[in-house]
Write a protein that binds this ligand. Structure first.
Ligand SMILES: Cc1ncc(COP(=O)(O)O)c(C=O)c1O
Ligand SMILES: C[C@@H](O)[C@H](N)C(=O)O
Length: 362
């Protein structure tokens, strides 16, 4: 039974639970996880914490909540700020949670190499806590791996981690797609985990769980994060059904995720041969076409996709293990038509084209 979203290229958040995941619900525990009494939730939290090499885990209903309560738990006393990539989800796509929940300023950095933050990028923008009352000192560095599908090299992560900890800073990882980073590099989760104070691990992206993330960290950190989770309406009662599906997803889908990388590379090679230009290299399950250099009118993307029975919008193409081969072939046809149209109708955009708004925002 192919999942409904086999022709979905907008995001890997559209993955859907498999039949065995749905069947597993009937076996799920039904304890109240606010009272920490749900066996399957406890088992999932323990499993992810152990996989990443941390003391404890905390199931959250979303990666946004997981990231924001992690950063809130690290950020104790304003004025303070965090450093992150200017594309970082915690900054760009979590509705300003850092300002409201953490009262934090953000030093968002454009990676000087165009790919990932280096230690030098961070040192150049770091705000020391040196008594200057004009400043909001840096307390946390928040990385993301993968970021827009790009892999953050472990050697750079190691350099950043050592410097952060030598300078009294905390290092958080938005590991929404740490699964993809591990698949692409062969690096074990624990090897990544040892450099961070906390990691938010999404279950609902390429892995295929319908909901949620697990935040991992020290026992003391998770205790406080759970407090902020409850404060923000994140307490879930019978969470076992979600945990059970996530367990099945890890057991059955993780091994299939490499297929998304293979399909993405196949389409990237095809697009390159068409003469399409990429914003960043295709390293895992995303392709990012360059919105400006390709002179593509964003408004044509979705309609041309519909013509070939695929769902595309904006300039990011996302692949998952549920993407069908038929949809990949249709995507190639759509890209060919988009390229040909743009050659005869070049589009010069003078407006930012957001990841999620194809065309000029209304
Ligand atoms: C890198 C990254 N981090 C965090 C999230 C947040 O996850 P959620 O959508 O579950 O809030 C997403 C997307 O959903 C993401 O792409
Ligand atoms: C938009 C963002 O929240 C989502 N994670 C995506 O990558 O599609």
């Amino acid at each position: 039974m192919l999942p409904e979203n086999h022709n979905e290229f907008r995001s890997d958040t559209f993955t859907t639970p498999t039949e065995s995941m749905i069947k597993s619900i009937s076996l799920a525990s039904i304890g109240d996880s606010v009272y920490n009494e749900d066996k399957d939730t406890i088992a999932l939290e323990k499993r992810i914490a152990e996989m990443m090499g941390f003391e404890e885990g905390l199931f959250c209903c979303s990666g946004t909540l997981s990231n924001q309560i992690a950063l809130r738990s690290h950020l104790l006393q304003p004025p303070h700020s965090i450093i992150c990539d200017n594309r970082g989800h915690v900054f760009v796509h979590e509705a300003g949670g850092l300002a409201t929940l953490s009262q934090a300023m953000v030093t968002d950095i454009i990676a000087s190499n165009g790919l990932y933050l280096t230690l030098e990028d961070i040192i150049n923008r770091y705000i020391p806590d040196d008594g200057d009352i004009h400043a909001a000192p840096t307390r946390v560095v928040s990385l993301e791996n993968t970021i827009h599908g790009l892999i953050h090299p472990i050697e750079e992560i190691k350099r950043i981690s050592e410097w952060c900890h030598d300078n009294g800073l905390i290092l958080h990882l938005d590991g929404a797609r740490i699964w993809d980073a591990s698949i692409a590099t062969g690096i074990d989760f624990k090897e990544y985990g040892k450099y961070f104070d906390s990691i938010s691990v999404c279950l609902s992206k390429g892995l295929g769980a319908p909901i949620g993330s697990v935040l991992v960290g020290s026992k003391k950190f998770i205790l406080k994060a759970n407090h902020f989770k409850k404060q923000n309406g994140g307490g879930i009662r019978q969470c076992g059904m979600l945990a059970r599906m996530a367990m099945v997803a890890i057991d059955e889908n993780f091994s299939k995720m490499k297929s998304a990388h293979i399909m993405a590379k196949e389409v990237a090679d095809y697009a390159e041969n068409l003469g399409l230009i990429f914003e960043i290299p295709c390293q895992t399950n995303f392709i990012f076409l360059d919105p400006l250099k390709n002179k593509i009118d964003p408004k044509i993307i979705t309609p041309i996709g519909e013509k070939y029975n695929i769902k595309i919008s904006g300039f990011r193409l996302s692949f998952s293990f549920q993407t069908s081969k038929e949809a990949v072939e249709n995507l190639k046809l759509a890209l060919k038509e988009i390229k040909e149209y743009s050659e005869t109708n070049p589009y010069d955009s003078n407006k930012a084209v957001g990841l999620y708004h194809s065309g000029n925002k209304k």
